[in-house]
Design a binder for this molecule. Structure first.
Ligand code: C5P
Length: 303
């Protein structure tokens, strides 16, 4: 197998509670994470003795193609050679996983390349979970471990403790980014409280309306600090809150991407609302679709 193609779905933090800070400065998180169908794509050629990459696509501006890109650092950790072509659809530094999601996609392809064809989905998940721990992938980027699996999960620690969740109902969402990159360390530094309460136990959530009701009492503890640094986040949140049928609007990660959740809306209506926002704000990035499990979307294909 000389080639692989793999997608890197966007990561969305439905909640992001910051519950403390370790002595090394890293923050302790408690987060409910899901994935969106919108994604970056990596095409890889393994028939090379180099380690190189090219980047193109609507959000490629400013994305490095040298060893500072996590894609190449991820391949290097496994001692692999490849030529990667990254199609960048997700805005960088946007709270959706970004470089970590791309790196996780490369690692998925490299790690699953040697699995026998009769491997079951459970075998694949077990193999990925084992490698995440063995390779200490959180050292590459805090979002890398969760972006390896692309399924709903409860994430704790600094991002390395993950519990996949089966009972999270899929939910329709709009994702909006004001196309302003936000620096994660800068937002962490600007936070005024770092020892906030964790999430309660996640209850049984029979449908999207129940999920929204639960999330309303939860938080993103980075949101206030991010809005101070990047005031356009406030405009995005107001726009989402005013969209017809929006049950909840909140920021993902350290921003600036925000999501609006819709319990009861047709795909057609959702696409129409996305188009209305795009027309009113042509400089914003807007995507729509169901948030939830994108495990299958993230599986590599080989040729
Ligand atoms: O790991 P990643 O590169 O995504 O994190 C960027 C920065 O955000 C880290 O260098 C660290 O300063 C901060 N961070 C943190 N606590 C976390 C994750 C990241 O303080 N749990």
């Amino acid at each position: 197998m000389k080639r692989a193609k793999v997608h890197a779905p966007a990561k969305i933090n439905l909640t992001l509670h910051v519950t403390g800070q370790r002595d090394d400065g890293y923050h302790l998180l408690d987060s409910l994470v899901v994935f969106a169908p919108v994604h970056d794509t990596l095409d890889m050629n393994f028939d090379t003795s180099d380690l190189s990459m090219t980047v193109e696509g609507p959000e490629a501006d400013g994305v490095p193609s040298d060893m500072s890109n996590l894609v190449l650092r991820a391949a290097d950790i496994l001692g692999e050679h490849l030529a990667a072509h990254l199609t960048k659809n997700l805005p960088p530094a946007s709270g959706m996983g970004g470089g970590s999601a791309d790196a996780a996609a490369v690692l998925r392809a490299l790690l699953l390349r040697t699995l026998p064809p009769e491997a079951t989905l459970d075998d694949i998940v077990a193999q990925l979970l084992q490698k995440i721990q063995a390779l200490e992938l959180h050292a590459l980027g805090a979002d890398v471990p969760m972006c390896m699996l692309n399924m709903p999960m409860h994430v704790r620690g600094i991002g390395e403790q993950m519990t996949p969740l089966r009972g999270i109902p899929p939910i329709n969402a709009l994702l909006v980014n004001p196309r302003r990159a936000v620096s994660t360390p800068e937002v962490f530094r600007a936070m005024t409280t770092r020892d906030n309460p964790p999430m309660p136990e996640i209850p049984t959530l029979p449908d999207a309306a129940a999920l929204i009701a639960f999330l309303k009492d939860m938080r993103n503890d980075m949101q206030v600090a991010a809005e101070v640094i990047e005031p356009s986040i406030g405009d995005v949140l107001t726009t989402l809150e005013e969209a017809p049928g929006c049950g909840l609007a909140r920021m993902s990660g350290s921003g600036a991407t925000c999501f609006g959740l819709f319990a009861d809306i047709s795909d057609e209506e959702l696409a129409k609302t996305a188009q209305t926002i795009r027309r009113a704000h042509p400089d914003w990035w807007v995507a729509s679709g169901p948030l939830g499990n994108q495990f299958a979307l993230g599986l590599p294909t080989f040729s």
